[in-house]
Design a protein around this ligand. Structure first.
Ligand code: ZN
Ligand code: ZN
Length: 140
């Protein structure tokens, strides 16, 4: 189990029980949107409001604890920041799968960036498409 308390403190945030619990929920499922996180959080803490969950997710995203994954036509999902990886995002069901970043040719990407004098900071790669489950439904 990850130490969410130290993740929060490393990023300059107080380890409140709301934040700890939101991180536990996201950590358990990988990628979740605000409504899904809220639905899980209130199972153990019924007094927490949706606004509180939303506000804390926003603060943790701004402080680099969480990463926001924009989804076409859906609510953004959130995940706990970890090493760079590629997302395979299904535009039908919204499922997100993590893939190793090594499948990306970083050398040619870095060449392009240096040609453009674009200072490299961090990368996230989201690939949108149809997952095997959804494409099999479409065929039949
Ligand atoms: Zn799908
Ligand atoms: Zn991910």
């Amino acid at each position: 189990m990850k130490n969410y308390m130290s993740i929060l403190k490393e990023n300059g945030l107080k380890a409140t029980f709301q934040r700890m619990h939101i991180l536990e929920v996201i950590g358990m499922y990988g990628h979740k949107d605000v409504d899904e996180i809220y639905a899980e959080v209130i199972k153990t803490h019924p007094s927490i409001s949706l606004a509180t969950v939303y506000k804390n997710i926003l603060i943790m995203t701004q402080n680099g604890v969480l990463i926001e994954l924009p989804l076409i036509g859906r609510k953004a999902k959130y995940e706990i920041k970890k090493d760079s990886h590629v997302h395979l995002i299904c535009k039908e069901c919204g499922n997100i799968e993590d893939e190793d970043f090594n499948l990306v040719d970083m050398n040619s990407l870095k060449e392009v960036l240096s040609d453009k004098k674009f200072a490299y900071f961090n990368q996230e790669l989201n690939i949108y498409g149809t997952c095997s489950h959804c494409s099999s439904i479409k065929v039949s």
